[in-house]
Write a protein that binds this ligand. Structure first.
Ligand SMILES: Nc1nc2c(c(=O)[nH]1)N[C@H]1C(S)=C(S)[C@@H](COP(=O)(O)OP(=O)(O)OC[C@H]3O[C@@H](n4cnc5c(=O)[nH]c(N)nc54)[C@H](O)[C@@H]3O)O[C@H]1N2
Ligand SMILES: Nc1nc2c(c(=O)[nH]1)N[C@H]1C(S)=C(S)[C@@H](COP(=O)(O)OP(=O)(O)OC[C@H]3O[C@@H](n4cnc5c(=O)[nH]c(N)nc54)[C@H](O)[C@@H]3O)O[C@H]1N2
Ligand code: SF4
Ligand SMILES: [Mo]
Length: 838
């Protein structure tokens, strides 16, 4: 029995380079439940981050009572992390689940039946369509539904209504990942594989706190860095995260740039590759376009220049560049420290540039993981409920639109393609100004998660728009809705999802949803039926009724596209492991790594976008694209660094940045209902450097006020390992307060701790991803606290004074987590051990 709150990664299973990561099966069962009590185990994958670990759900008496990692799954080889173990199931039987629809009556939300709730939605929808047309409708969905659900929503929006105003919280999450792929390689699609960890010489983590946000992937890395011949780690993060500690341990480098200066740093690294002749000229000449322009853009960015802009040491930058330049195989991972900054796409594309310049793509150990965050963000991007066209089709290419029109049997003119799809930030502006009057929000909690919270509350709470919210709980957002629909969650419905390295899993229904809650697929189909959407030949637009029928419909539109699912089926996915797409006649067992042949989907007739200018977001036209004759070559694209939208000033002298802790998932609707996790991180805090704390007379645990030009929070201070001048706040804490049973209930001031009160309504010009990582702020001391800040000490949030092992034994009260190591070879995908890349 191990306490996986304190021991986040579990026991090490070190192994040598090039060998298969040993399996270790992690399991959690509710208090009082023993293995023999479990009625059945149901196949699924963990839905608490993009890693998508293979998992079986324990069912007893019709309830989910625990989880067990799947030893045979290529993603996790049996392991689970703290969220997956403790947070996957307790929320499902929480007493405050939504069980009936709610409608607003006389200002209050009251329970009603489905018929009444759906009638209201359909009535508003039809009358707005008649009066104002489809542009009155907006949809804001998620990165946490299933593929089948996104696809249904995409068909409804694009072929039923014909509105371009559809997006997901994926815009806040991985829009930059998709945008960066499209700019460099012509289409979305993760080039790398987790198996690169087993082969690489160095791992660069850019703005990615993997030890807290993909714990199982980090355990996989630790099993290499703690074995012989370890890869060196390079960390790019203004905080001294566990990644930074591992960089120090392995002889790598921790580069701590000032928040908001990523592109300057990347341009410096790129310049070093040119200056030291670490570029593979022959490969670059054959497989890329744009090297001369890139060389020019980065030329001014000497290490000394970068040092001045970013606040890093010039020699540290040189050392990091040398590691990249002299290693045979580098794996790079990128996440929110890059995506949620200004110039997000340019900085993320710069990571691709480094790999392309050194021909480090498509072979074992040399890969890029533009990470996802949410478990099913990838599916939304594939299916197009985020505004993209399904199957990575190009909205600007009439032939691609025609393909969909034929598949759906609708007039191509119904499918919005006359202008770029509307991104989430713009959708909310249209709601604010009244041109969107019907907004349907599913599986996301924007009142907590979108920037500039006061504005979001005003927009959703106003009279100008009819708001539908579809959720498991009465969230901060649902409280503002006109109609609230109770949804079935993970384990209560069947569907597929695809993790960050393209691995598709089937998640089977294990138990019935509570009360009258229904799956999101059923709800969307119910709406389509009630609206009477039909095809050109008069048939119902959506004829499928089951998830599997929806999956088969989806498969049919992926043929011939990069995201090819044609060789997959529910049956195949019931096998030992998830399977990475493309899966087709050519690759019947899936594809571990893309671009092994150095051919990229950039052909003008095939690509997902003609591209953009990275500095301004200006679009490249079809004619311009064709003139470049990309024909399968990747694009090297650069842009000069410009400062963030808001820099420190006399009134707001510090840099405000935000992010996560290992123990909570987003707005805590699930993890806040796990006593184990909640007690490990019960309340908000803010991290400040020892120097900045001293200047303000702030001691550990003191109450402070953190203020930006847009708002303020009052929380306890953790004097921590952030770089001087930076302030870090976790964004998990809205006004939801867990029950006393789960260690909550003590907060009388919960409205003043929401990190997004301070953030800005600004976004990247290419990906349109909003900036959560830079703003200016001031911190002032309010009063002494009565204890250290409620921040974990096991992670990047540890106190600055604590330079020893980071560990706070937080006793787990519930059942327990167990691990058993089975040091046998387990299948790595594809299941052919003779392939040298496994
Ligand atoms: N425990 C947990 N895990 C999660 C989630 C969760 O809520 N909780 N959410 C999932 C989701 S949806 C996502 S998107 C991922 C996010 O995963 P991550 O991106 O790893 O998490 P963040 O904490 O948002 O940001 C990562 C790091 O960016 C750094 N940073 C801040 N500003 C800058 C900057 O200007 N430059 C650089 N280089 N770094 C900067 C922060 O110090 C932070 O350590 O996590 C996924 N996994
Ligand atoms: N300041 C700051 N803000 C941020 C970030 C940051 O780093 N800093 N990160 C951003 C990122 S990357 C992300 S991904 C977002 C996340 O922000 P949100 O998407 O708002 O966060 P969640 O709490 O995951 O919200 C998901 C909602 O869906 C519900 N839900 C779960 N499963 C289902 C289901 O099957 N059906 C339905 N209908 N509902 C379901 C949950 O109860 C929950 O209310 O936050 C963003 N906001
Ligand atoms: S790493 Fe992510 S997918 Fe795996 S168990 Fe943890 S939260 Fe779940
Ligand atoms: Mo995310």
């Amino acid at each position: 029995m191990s306490d996986r709150i304190a021991d986040i990664y579990g026991t090490r299973t070190p192994h040598s380079r090039g060998t298969v990561w040993p399996a270790r099966v992690d399991q959690y069962l509710d208090e009082g439940v023993r293995e023999g009590d479990v009625d059945r185990w149901v196949q699924s994958a963990c839905l608490l981050c993009s890693n998508g670990c293979g998992v079986d759900i324990a069912v007893r008496d019709g309830r989910m009572v625990g989880v067990r990692g799947r030893a045979t799954d290529v993603v996790n080889h049996g392991r689970l992390g703290p969220k997956g173990l403790y947070g996957s199931t307790p929320w499902a039987s929480a007493g405050d689940r939504l069980t009936r629809p709610l409608v607003r009556e006389g200002g209050r939300l009251v329970e009603t039946d489905w018929q009444t709730a759906m009638d209201r939605i359909v009535h508003r929808s039809t009358s707005l369509l008649e009066e104002k047309g489809p542009l009155s409708h907006g949809f804001y969905t998620s990165g946490q539904l299933f593929l089948e659900e996104y696809y249904a929503l995409a068909v409804i929006g694009k072929a039923g209504l014909g509105t371009p105003h559809m997006d997901g919280n994926t815009r806040l999450c991985t829009a930059t990942s998709a945008a960066a792929f499209k700019e460099s390689f012509g289409a979305d699609g993760q080039p790398g594989s987790y198996t690169d960890i087993e082969h690489c010489d160095a791992i660069f983590l850019y703005g990615h706190n993997m030890p807290e946000t993909q714990t199982v992937l980090w355990a996989r890395i630790l099993d290499r860095t703690r074995a012989e011949d370890p890869p060196r780690i390079v960390c790019v993060d203004p905080r001294r995260t566990l990644v930074a500690l591992e960089a120090e341990r392995t002889g790598g480098v921790h580069l701590a740039p000032r928040a908001g200066t990523n592109l300057a740093l990347m341009n410096g690294l790129t310049r070093e590759l040119f200056a030291n002749e670490w570029v593979d000229d022959a490969w670059v000449g054959a497989h890329t376009i744009g090297v001369d322009d890139l060389r020019q853009v980065v030329e001014p960015c000497t290490p000394e220049h970068v040092a001045a802009v970013c606040g890093v040491d010039a020699d540290d930058l040189r050392r990091a560049a040398r590691i990249f330049g002299e290693s045979d195989n580098v794996l790079s991972t990128v996440l929110q420290g890059f995506y949620q900054s200004h110039q997000a796409t340019a900085a993320s594309v710069a990571v691709h540039n480094l790999h392309l310049l050194r021909a480090m793509i498509g072979r074992p150990g040399a890969g890029v993981l533009q990470m996802n965050g949410q478990p099913t963000a990838q599916n939304n991007r594939e299916c197009g409920a985020d505004g993209d066209l399904p199957g990575f089709r190009n909205w600007d290419n009439p032939r691609h639109v025609q393909e969909l029109a034929a598949a759906w049997d609708v007039d191509p003119m119904v499918i919005p393609h006359w202008a770029p799809p509307t991104h989430a930030m713009q959708i909310f502006s249209y709601v604010e100004t009244g041109s969107i009057e019907f907004l349907w929000i599913s599986a996301t909690n924007p009142a907590v998660s979108m920037p500039e919270s006061a504005r979001i509350r005003r927009i959703l709470g106003g009279e100008q728009c009819f708001v539908v919210v579809q959720d498991l709980f009465l969230t901060e957002t649902a409280e503002l809705a006109d109609v609230v629909l109770p949804a079935a969650g993970w384990g209560e419905k069947t569907g597929c999802f695809t993790n960050v390295n393209r691995t598709v899993h089937l998640s089977e229904k294990a138990v019935d949803p509570p009360g009258e809650a229904r799956s999101d697929l059923d709800i969307f189909v119910m709406y389509a039926d009630a609206m009477g959407f039909t095809t050109s030949s008069g048939r119902p637009l959506i004829e499928w009724r089951t998830p599997e029928e929806a999956f088969d419909a989806w498969k049919a539109v992926t043929g011939g596209r990069p995201v090819d699912y044609t060789g997959l089926s529910y049956d195949k996915l019931r096998g030992p492991t998830g399977i990475p797409w493309p899966v087709n006649d050519e690759h019947p067992d899936g594809t571990d790594r893309l671009y092994a042949d150095g051919v990229f989907p950039t052909d003008t007739d095939y690509c997902e976008t003609y591209g953009h200018d990275l500095a301004t977001g200006g679009t490249v036209t079809e004619t311009e694209h064709r003139a470049l004759r990309p024909a399968g070559r990747a694009f090297l694209k650069g842009a000069p660094y410009t400062p963030p939208h808001e820099e420190p000033s006399a009134d707001y002298p510090l840099r405000y940045t935000t992010g996560r802790t290992v123990y909570h998932f987003h707005t805590r609707t699930k993890t806040g209902r796990s006593g184990d996790l909640n007690r490990a991180a019960p309340d908000a805090w803010v991290e400040i450097s020892p120097t900045d704390a001293d200047d303000r007379g702030i001691a550990e645990g003191d109450w402070v006020r953190v203020e930006s030009p847009r708002g303020a929070i009052e929380v306890c201070a953790r004097v921590g390992d952030v770089m001087q001048g930076a302030v870090f706040a976790p964004f998990h804490y809205g006004h939801y307060e867990p029950s006393a049973k789960d260690g909550g209930g003590g907060h009388d001031d919960a409205d003043h701790r929401l990190a997004n009160e301070l953030t800005m309504t600004v976004w990247d010009p290419v990906s349109k991803q909003p900036t959560f990582k830079t703003a200016a702020c001031q911190v002032t001391r309010l009063r002494a606290g009565d204890a250290p800040a409620p921040a974990p000490t096991t992670t990047a949030s540890a106190p600055a004074v604590d330079r020893g092992p980071r560990r706070r034994p937080v006793p787990t009260s519930g059942g327990g987590a167990t691990s058993s190591t089975v040091l046998t070879d387990i299948p790595s995908y594809p299941l052919d051990p003779s392939r040298e890349d496994h």
